[in-house]
Ligand binder design. Sequence first.
Ligand SMILES: [Zn+2]
Ligand SMILES: [Zn+2]
Length: 180
Amino acid sequence: MLIQIDKLKRRPRQISIDEQATSFPFLADLIEQGAVVFNATINGTCEATWVGDAIEVTGQLATTVTTPCCRCLMPVVSQLDIPVMLSYAGNDEEESPVVEEIELQDNDVSLIPFSGPEIDLRLDLDQEVIMALPQQPLCQEICQGLCPVCGCNLNKDSCDCEPPVFHAGLDALKNFKVKQ
Ligand SMILES: [Zn+2]
Ligand SMILES: [Zn+2]
């Protein structure tokens, strides 16, 4: 996932990606914490193009993940389609005024600074995949979740638990009277 900038100036480059999620440092952390299981490699194609003083990397990645339902914790499988749109701006000392100019002109795209002869996409693609992970996965729209008292899965079982008593502070409001 390295882009050699010199070669890129001559022509755009296709980058095929087919990587284990564990080879991305932030994803590897999430996997180790048990927050997500990847059922496939992260795969797809990106194209890197030299545009003036910036480098644009666009493409599409895909994978499938299993994450716990946010209400009942049962596993939920999600297909992820991850659009990639990264812009890098050169960070050479002599050319720094140019970078500022680009930033002023183009407020919508956040430019990632780079220096040196090559760009490593790994950390930025890592971020893109993290942002594409399901935020609040649900096993079904009407998931009933877990009973807050006994913990049984209310999609499958029922229980006779009393609904939990709310904070006493709310009870006090019932007796609240405005003084005449
Ligand atoms: Zn659920
Ligand atoms: Zn219960």
